[in-house]
Write a new protein. Structure first.
Length: 80
């Protein structure tokens, strides 16, 4: 099974060098140090989640298409 993972740097003090990793098809989010660490954490979490679903006789969702979009927020909204 293959799933898209969206990555983004964590912008909080004490988490320098860490990234969020979100698996949209499974609605799972985790984090790890660096891109590789975040992807590894996402893989471990997804594997455990899929295994748990199967223990309960459920079939995990399959990803059909992964898309990434961007939005812009007006500076006035941001207080700039």
């Amino acid at each position: 099974m293959r799933y898209a993972v969206l990555l983004g740097p964590i912008q909080e003090p004490g988490f320098e060098g860490f990234y969020y990793a979100h698996v949209p098809a499974l609605d799972l989010t985790t984090h790890g140090r660096g891109v590789e660490g975040a992807i590894a954490a996402a893989r471990e979490l997804a594997e455990a989640w899929v295994a748990e679903k199967r223990v309960h006789g459920e079939e995990p969702p399959r990803e059909t298409t992964a898309l990434v979009g961007h939005i812009e927020i007006a500076d006035a909204v941001l207080g700039a």
